[in-house]
Design a protein around this ligand. Structure first.
Ligand SMILES: NC(=O)C1=CN([C@@H]2O[C@H](COP(=O)(O)OP(=O)(O)OC[C@H]3O[C@@H](n4cnc5c(N)ncnc54)[C@H](OP(=O)(O)O)[C@@H]3O)[C@@H](O)[C@H]2O)C=CC1
Ligand SMILES: CC(=O)N[C@@H](CCC(=O)OP(=O)(O)O)C(=O)O
Length: 346
């Protein structure tokens, strides 16, 4: 049985890890942390966990956490993660970090979009944990940088087109919409019910969202050339889910049926990517609570553009489910352990 710590268990991705790990047959949660709620039973914060988790939240003291666990999930804001991850690694623990702190291959890009990096020497050791792109590297990793939620939906949506060199690598656009849990559980006026309900808005418009460089890094590696993307995030009044609608210009004519067939073949062996029949496009409602990424692909014959629509649950395939998928791969367990049975809402 793996001993697992969830650092930042009082946040949305932290509690999602607890929900998933409760049903994982090979993992036992042995340590959970929160600064603001230390000393409280976690079920006081999340009554859905009543009778399932008796543990009390504790302060984040890295050495004590490491003494209690073999695998550590850091579900912390960026910066807070890089303050503790080096200690976990030094003590021989494997870490899956859900923040952005280890997602970039070079410190300069991180520092341009985030802040000074405290341990840039760890960046070359970290593996960007998107199993459908980098499964083999994840297997041997001591530090996995779990991808961002928007990048997961966009990279999976574009991978087959880029690998097969089917689209113009300039002018790719993604309009992506997220549920409000994407912003975390911390209180912010912009995320209050009355601010969000009955509205739909774009934010971070004009290439300023910090997921843009993360997507560009990974898309460039797939395409083997430098890619820029126009990415516009939107906030939608639902609690969870991301839908990305991605546009690319085809280099040669193709039909919807041909591309749907190509996607189905490309992702045929993937347990958590479902390619929809030709002409169908996905809905966040159909991946809610699950680790699936559903993808539909359609050709607009009038404009010569291909439109890819991809849907995930931001808290599952976009964060905690993907983190458990990475844990399974790192530990040599069946990849879908604890994930196959997650809720499928009709
Ligand atoms: N929400 C999402 O959909 C996704 C989030 N992510 C990333 O995952 C990480 C966690 O996100 P999320 O769960 O939404 O965030 P939340 O704001 O919901 O939770 C943050 C957690 O971190 C703890 N925390 C905050 N600051 C510190 C600190 N300085 N030291 C120790 N603990 C701290 C909080 O504990 P407390 O306040 O109780 O002290 C809480 O448990 C972030 O980096 C986020 O960007 C990635 C993909 C998707
Ligand atoms: C709706 C909403 O606010 N979403 C967040 C998603 C950020 C996130 O979770 O990303 P990292 O893991 O890269 O920090 C945002 O746009 O900032």
């Amino acid at each position: 049985m793996l001993k697992v710590a969830v650092v930042g268990a009082s946040g949305y991705t932290g509690v999602e890890l607890l929900r998933i790990l409760h049903c994982h047959p090979e993992a036992a949660v042995t340590c959970i942390t929160s600064e603001q709620s230390a000393g409280k039973p976690v079920s006081d914060l999340f009554p859905s966990l009543r009778g399932r988790y008796a543990q009390v939240l504790e302060n984040l003291e890295p050495v004590r956490v490491a003494e209690k666990a073999d695998i550590i999930f850091t579900a912390l804001p960026h910066k807070a993660a890089m303050e503790v991850v080096p200690t976990f690694l030094k003590l021989g623990k494997r870490v899956i970090d859900l923040s952005a702190d280890y997602r970039f291959n070079d410190a300069a890009t991180y520092e341009q979009w985030y802040e000074p990096h405290m341990n840039p020497h760890l960046l070359p050791k970290a593996v960007y944990g998107l199993p459908e792109v980098r499964r083999v590297a994840v297997k041997g990793a001591k530090l996995v940088a779990n991808p961002g939620c928007y990048p997961t939906s966009v990279i999976l949506g574009l991978q087959p087109l880029l690998k097969h060199k089917l689209i113009d690598t300039t002018g790719i656009i993604s309009d992506s919409a997220s549920g409000v849990s994407g912003a975390g559980r911390g209180a912010k006026v912009d995320n209050l019910y009355c601010e969000v309900n009955e509205g739909f808005k774009a934010y971070g418009v004009g290439g300023v969202h910090r997921h843009t460089p993360e997507m560009e890094q990974e898309l460039s590696l797939l395409a083997e050339e430098r890619i820029t993307i126009t990415f516009t995030p939107h906030l939608v009044p639902m609690d969870r889910g991301i839908l990305s609608t991605i546009y690319g210009r085809l280099l040669a004519p193709a039909t919807t049926a041909e591309l749907a067939g190509l996607y189905a073949e490309f992702y045929g062996g993937e347990p958590f990517v479902r390619v929809l029949p030709a002409g169908d496009v996905p809905s966040t409602a159909h991946v809610r609570g699950s680790n699936f990424c559903d993808i539909g692909v359609v050709v607009d014959q009038r404009t010569g553009r291909v439109i890819v629509v991809s849907a995930i649950d931001n808290l599952v395939k976009g964060a905690s489910g993907q983190a458990v998928q990475n844990m399974n791969i790192m530990c040599g367990l069946p990849e879908g352990l604890g994930l196959e049975g997650l809720a499928l809402v009709p």
